[in-house]
Write a protein that binds this ligand. Structure first.
Ligand code: GLU
Length: 293
């Protein structure tokens, strides 16, 4: 099915960092494109802090990211520091919304509980896809799904060992959309990605669910993100459809690599905005460098 993504009317874009490490130059470049696109359209830019993973998020990183973004030249009109009509702007404060949507997905028959651990999934796969973000689920618990009770309150609240909840993808269906940067995209459900987790066994909504709920609830009209998330976008389009919500447009940016061609990650501390600032670099100089001169 061809997914029509809505044309921007009253552009609303977002920066959605996770405070799991210091922001690096790769984040800054993607975010800069997001900011430029919002400015070109005379739109609103939202800062949303994606702090659901309590084991990996640190208050220091959270405080640091706002400081680093401001230093680099980012300005947003809605966010945790300045408020706005679509708040709260930290995901950890939006749990009620995610729970309500999980219940709705359950009522619609779109999800099922899965008792498999990541190890179980990897063991069941003959040839795990190299570099795959989430291994393609072999369907072990899908078969015995049916008539299961709704996600219990305890399941969505505490760090107890419960089930993951997975979204049942329509095997074989082509998920096609036009990316604003990369043009036509095409993924096959069940082949390029499998039944994906929407709620983790430790009581936390998975990225795919939280990001769709928030982009929709915050009225985001265009999502600008790294191209490592193209396949996630296809998964998210299935969630938009299941929930009957219009999908935003998508603009996927090339990822930045280091001198050895390795994709930048939070472990590249030397290229964190903090370290670059401490080393005396200016934001304008850094931007000139990525523009090639
Ligand atoms: N918090 C996510 C990240 O840091 C956001 C990804 C997205 O733009 O959807 O990668």
């Amino acid at each position: 099915m061809e997914f029509q993504t809505q044309p921007p009317s009253g552009y609303r874009g977002r920066l959605a960092p996770s405070p799991t490490g210091w922001l690096h130059l790769g984040h800054a470049r993607t975010f800069w494109i997001a900011q430029q696109r919002a400015r070109e359209q005379g739109g609103i830019l939202i800062l949303r802090v994606e702090d659901l993973d309590r084991d990996r998020c640190k208050p220091a990183y959270e405080a640091g990211l706002i400081e680093d973004l401001r230093w680099f030249g980012f300005r947003w009109q809605e966010g945790p520091d300045c408020g706005g009509p679509a708040g709260p702007y930290c995901q950890s404060q939006r749990m009620g919304l995610y729970r309500a949507v999980l219940t709705r997905l359950h009522e619609g028959g779109f999800i099922y509980p899965c008792a498999c651990s990541r190890q179980d999934v990897l063991r069941a796969l003959q040839a795990p896809h190299a570099g795959e973000d989430e291994p393609i689920y072999p369907g072990t618990c899908r078969a015995r799904a049916g008539g299961h009770p709704p996600p219990a309150a305890a399941e969505t609240q505490g760090p107890t060992r419960r089930c993951n909840w997975r979204f049942r993808v329509p095997d074989g269906e082509v998920i096609a959309f036009v990316d604003q940067n990369r043009g036509p995209q095409r993924f096959v459900a069940g082949k390029d990605f499998g039944d994906f987790v929407v709620w983790r066994h430790d009581g936390v909504p998975a990225y795919q669910l939280a990001v769709v709920v928030d982009d929709a609830a915050m009225g985001v009209t265009e999502v600008v993100r790294g191209e490592d998330l193209l396949k996630s976008t296809a998964r998210q389009l299935l969630l938009y459809r299941a929930l009957g919500w219009p999908a935003p447009r998508f603009y996927h940016c090339p990822l930045m690599t280091d001198a050895a061609g390795v994709r930048l990650a939070k472990r590249h501390d030397a290229l964190s905005l903090r370290a670059l600032r401490a080393a005396g670099h200016s934001p304008a100089g850094l931007r000139r460098a990525w523009d090639g001169g």
